[in-house]
Write a protein that binds this ligand. Structure first.
Ligand code: HEM
Length: 115
């Protein structure tokens, strides 16, 4: 089950269904060499972030999410797992993020159990 979750997460990393995140700056700040001012729009291309934050990023390998694999702590030890942006992040994080990652759902029971 944990490995299946890793497979799903790796699918969502390599091909995020939502490709872009758009945010409007509410205050000024420095972003690397760029000065961002309030009102400016910031467009993040999630596949590009994923490409740079993960080792061998074009390779489909669920082991990068599977803590029990040897590769998790060796080949993928420096993966920036918190750069997984498929569900966005911060205060506007996807409210349903646990739904796609919790498959397979338990089978429905018929008749429904008494409540
Ligand atoms: C693979 C499936 C999904 C993906 C890739 C996904 C991705 C995202 C992303 C990227 C955002 C941020 C949008 C933005 O503000 O820029 C978001 C927001 C949201 N998602 Fe999902 N989502 C998925 C499934 C779901 C499901 C199943 C639900 C509900 C059951 C859900 C509910 C929401 C809600 C309510 C927000 C708005 C959160 C907020 O702005 O406070 N999502 N989702």
């Amino acid at each position: 089950m944990k490995y299946l979750a890793a497979v799903v997460k790796e699918c969502l990393r390599i091909a995020p269904p939502v490709e872009f995140g758009l945010r409007e700056a509410t205050e000024s700040f420095q972003l690397n060499k760029y000065q961002v001012e309030p009102g400016q729009l910031l467009l993040t291309h999630y596949p590009s972030v994923h490409k740079h934050a993960f080792a061998d990023s074009n390779e489909f390998d669920p082991d990068r999410w599977y803590e029990e694999s040897a590769a998790y702590n060796t080949k993928y030890a420096n993966d920036q797992r918190n750069a997984f942006l498929t569900f966005s992040g911060g205060g506007r994080l996807c409210a349903g993020l646990k739904v796609p990652l919790s498959f397979p759902l338990p089978p429905p029971s018929f008749p429904p159990p008494d409540t």
